[in-house]
Design a protein around this ligand. Structure first.
Ligand code: CMP
Length: 147
């Protein structure tokens, strides 16, 4: 069914000038970008967004990276958007992505396990939370009906 997901184009891809290419890939793969925000996260915001990872070994590097420059946050819709966007991104680690899914966005635009060009929600619950994190005024019926 029609779903929403939250994507981020991360600081590495924005700084490398790849945001436009990634948005074109998103739209040519049938996603509708229904809200877009260009923002540089504060440390507090990054820690809140990634709260589920607090305490993991990669968390400090993740927060440093995600606050290092501006990002794009995108609310996107498509049939099966959550899994479709994760498939288009490829594996979390861009090095692994280049080995097993060389046409994926993380293979093309990321560097390693931290600098991996983009993010996508991993479930309907996190999609709802993450969309509302960036777009608190969004009020589509699908957002409350899903899951
Ligand atoms: P993302 O999909 O945004 O979710 C958590 C982020 O933490 C991940 O992408 C990476 O940028 C970063 N990260 C770094 N190391 C790891 C790891 N070992 N496992 C998962 N995520 C990691």
């Amino acid at each position: 069914s029609n779903e929403f997901t939250l994507a981020m184009i991360k600081p590495d891809a924005v700084a490398a000038g790849k945001a436009r290419d990634i948005m074109h890939a998103i739209e040519s793969n049938g996603f509708y970008i229904i809200a877009k925000k260009y923002i540089q996260l504060t440390e507090a915001e990054a820690k809140e967004f990634y709260g589920e990872h607090e305490g993991k070994p990669f968390f400090p590097n993740l927060i440093t990276f995600m606050t290092s420059g501006p990002i794009y946050a995108l609310c996107m819709s498509k049939i099966g958007a959550i899994s479709a966007w994760r498939a288009l991104m490829g594996p979390t680690n861009s090095k692994e992505a280049r080995e097993i899914k060389p046409t994926s966005l993380r293979a093309l635009y990321g560097t390693d396990n931290t600098k991996n060009a983009c993010h996508g929600s991993d479930s309907t619950n996190s999609a709802r939370r993450e969309v509302l994190f960036y777009f608190p005024d969004i009020s589509f019926p699908q957002l409350v009906d899903q899951g």
